[in-house]
Ligand binder design. Sequence first.
Ligand code: GTP
Length: 242
Amino acid sequence: MKSNIRGQSIRRIVLKCSGEALRKAPDGLSIDPATVQTFARRIKDALTTGVQIAIVIGGGNIYRGNVGHSQGIDRNTGDFMGMLATVINALALQDAFVKAGIETRVQTAIEMKEIAEPFILKRAVRHMEKGRTMIFAGGTGNPYFTTDTAAALRASEIGADALLKATKVDGVYSDDPLKNPEAVKYDKISYAKALHGHLKIMDATAFSLCRENRIPIVVFDFFQDGNIRAVMEGQPLGTLIC
Ligand code: GTP
């Protein structure tokens, strides 16, 4: 079995990446060209498994609605600003993907036809069946939802076999491994434990959607070369939530 996650065969996945994945260092450029090119190379490598990939990108490297809110910006306005930030990131990714030879289509949850296609589920699925990598931008198109929830929603809609959550750590720990040396890494945990264990992996809405639609989640270190391909080849990397 070529493409599988811990023995479960996979055909189509959603990769959720924070916008910070496009930044090189915490104080570096919001969108670092070399970092974006490396991102594209990792996706190209992962596509050799034959799995269809859809990416949901966050916008936190540019703007965070909740931070804006804490600084006095209206919550709805701040969330829309964050959604627009994800569109900027999607365009940067698309540019690097095209240059890397990856056939790509961007769809946005908020219509902005001059910039990208609007999200149309059947069209997105058709693109993927034709071997195109999708980038979904604009979150869910609504304030009060995170891009994690957007990823869980898109994964449910397109019938993804798994949601891969890219992080900078190698899985889910019982506590913050940087602060607590006793923290243990989980190889596999249930949705219930992930949801109620205050493990700060994703928000409750995102978990609920994945649980209801039986979409396993893999939390893994995307920033190690070869890791995303390895996860899709069945290697037991990261933490599986199912
Ligand atoms: P097929 O129908 O499978 O051939 O898909 P396609 O995406 O190659 O063809 P289409 O003619 O629909 O699109 C050609 C190009 O225009 C692609 O790069 C699309 O992403 C882009 N495109 C299509 N619709 C829109 C839109 O509403 N807005 C923008 N900005 N681009 C679009």
